[in-house]
Design a protein around this ligand. Structure first.
Ligand code: RAM
Length: 546
């Protein structure tokens, strides 16, 4: 059964037709959903377009010391490429000098007076990193669609002519190979990319005395965020190109202290609300192309709960009570649905749902979800208070206290001073982080728990910038400022040293080829959830910008 039986088109906005979603037994009314949809449409950003050109030719060279074993080295000026027959330089890699997201065009010209008498077949491979141009894509071993990879076979019917790729691409490097042609000679005389983002302008510069590595981390974080700010906050402009709730939360944090495009945050909050499941639980992700729709069947409990925190932050950053009040029923409903995942013992009851927190394989999420319940329920109570809706959450503070009590009783190893998770009593960074963020421990206890895992080589550590964000936030929350600074410098600084133009979806300092999808080239190398140093550096200048 399609849970999202479409109801009649109920509104139009300019030329945008809005299709509402409703279903019998829906906790939200069609009027509510349509209002959210209309407000999401009204908050559409004007896309900023910049035309960019290649800056040089490079060679992709094997180097065991380079990130993933490959690096790009200078191989001449871009101008030489345009003057020369393409047939004599098949395999050339052009470097656009920065990560770009947008639409590619080029112009073909004849190099001699000969006539084009047959089509030309080319392969264009767009890559975010050098290794994507060196590791063969086939036979494809990855767990996600092969079609995300940006190698395009293109047939040009005749020359001279112009060509535009309809697919939006996300890349720094472009490799061009000639797969088929007849005897006539031709060249590419011009090429460009119409790069697009919904970010406007540049964030304020950091104080001049900020250390160079921090400035670099901030600059690359800003570039990452800019690239992911499209018509929604995308997770990655190469892949998955959609609005994930967890990524939205982190992008909104970074945006609020850099580009300050609060309208984009508003659009994304409304959009996710409008397509929530009939029981009100938010989907983990949604799309706005070709129309607004959720990824049905994909719900992540910890992401849904973060909606409370994201809306609270949005209200604090903007003072926009109208939006917060519109969306309060959605935030509240996340806590209501979450309660169905909590048993009589005030612990997660094991009811099946995706609980994420990080891609680290083997990571046990039970302690983290317990801490997440506590933190996000507290955020819901704070939001209710700011909105004068305390009555809606009258019983939530006492319930939350019971969750915190159960966490201590059942998961805290008082002797070692750490939370343990699951049947194997796993000790992980993120269990301590989420319990800290939930305020389950006193400041002193939290410091001990976090310091303990930092000193334990066997403790399970996050494998993504997403998980790492919450660990650093927890270090700051309990006053471990030096440790927070060091961790950020070591983790994001590690990516800087390895040549990142934008920060990566997955980064394990000890394993460059780590991929949750069994194939590193399918990872995203410009990933929204990795942009949060922008938030840390700009929000806590006393820790980072000195
Ligand atoms: C990855 C996506 C996204 C994240 C999900 C859970 O596949 O890229 O960033 O939110 O995982």
């Amino acid at each position: 059964m399609n849970l999202f039986a479409q109801i009649a088109v109920t509104a139009t906005l300019g030329s945008v037709a809005l299709v509402g979603y409703a279903q019998t037994g829906d906790v939200f009314s069609p009027q509510q959903r349509n209002l959210w949809l209309q407000k999401a449409a009204a908050a559409m950003s004007v896309m900023q377009e910049t035309v960019k050109y290649p800056v040089r030719k490079v060679a992709i060279v094997s180097d065991t010391a380079a990130y993933q074993g490959w690096k790009a080295v200078e191989a001449g000026a871009a101008a030489a490429f345009f003057d020369t027959s393409l047939k004599t330089q098949s395999g050339t890699v052009l470097d656009f000098g920065e990560h770009l997201t947008g639409y590619f065009s080029c112009t073909f010209a004849l190099t001699t007076t000969s006539v084009s008498d047959a089509p030309v077949r080319l392969k264009l491979t767009f890559a975010e990193t050098p290794a994507e141009l060196a590791i063969p894509f086939d036979p494809y071993p990855g767990g996600l669609s092969r079609a995300w990879l940006q190698d395009e076979t293109v047939t040009v019917d005749y020359i001279p002519s112009s060509f535009s790729l309809s697919r939006r691409v996300s890349f720094r490097y472009l490799k061009i190979e000639v797969l088929g042609s007849s005897s006539f000679d031709f060249r590419i005389s011009e090429m460009n990319i119409r790069a697009q983002t919904s970010a406007v302008g540049e964030p304020e510069p950091l104080p001049a005395a900020t250390p160079p590595l921090i400035k670099d981390i901030d600059r690359i974080g800003v570039a990452t965020l800019r690239e992911c700010m499209q018509t929604v906050y995308e997770d990655g402009p190469k892949r998955d190109r959609r609005l994930w709730l967890g990524d939205l939360y982190l992008e909104a944090l970074a945006n609020a202290c850099s580009f300050k495009n609060h309208t984009l945050t508003k659009r994304c909050l409304y959009l996710l609300a409008a397509v929530a499941a009939p029981d009100g639980l938010l989907h983990a992700c949604a799309f706005d192309i070709p129309d607004i729709h959720p990824q049905t069947g994909t719900q992540i409990l910890d992401y849904a709960l973060l909606f409370n925190t994201a809306l609270l932050d949005y209200l604090k950053n903007t003072g926009d009570r109208e939006t917060a009040l519109d969306l309060w029923p959605v935030a509240l409903q996340q806590t209501e649905v979450a309660k169905t995942f909590i048993g009589d013992t005030f612990m997660y009851n094991g009811k099946p749902i995706w609980i994420f927190f990080d891609w680290r394989s083997g990571f046990d999420t039970k302690a983290a979800i317990q801490g997440c319940f506590v933190k996000t329920f507290k955020d819901a109570c704070e939001l209710a208070q700011l909105l004068g809706r305390q009555k809606d959450v009258a019983t939530l503070p006492a319930f939350t206290a019971k969750l915190a009590g159960a966490a201590r009783k059942n998961m805290f190893d008082a002797k070692r001073g750490v939370f343990v998770s699951g049947p194997d009593r796993q000790i992980s960074y993120l269990s301590q982080a989420w319990m800290t963020l939930g305020g389950v421990l006193s400041k002193k206890e939290a410091q001990k728990a976090l310091k303990t895992v930092l000193s334990m080589p066997e403790a399970v550590y996050p494998g993504t910038p997403y998980g790492t964000h919450f660990f650093i936030e927890a270090l700051i929350a309990c006053g471990l400022h030096t440790e927070a600074r060091e961790y950020l410098l070591q983790y994001w600084g590690g990516m800087v040293h390895k040549g990142a133009d934008t920060f990566w979806e997955v980064y394990d300092p000890d394993n460059d080829l780590l991929s949750p999808y069994n194939f590193a080239p399918i990872n995203s190398y410009c990933h929204a959830w990795a942009c949060t140093p922008v938030y840390f550096i700009r929000n806590y200048p006393e820790i980072f910008a000195k």
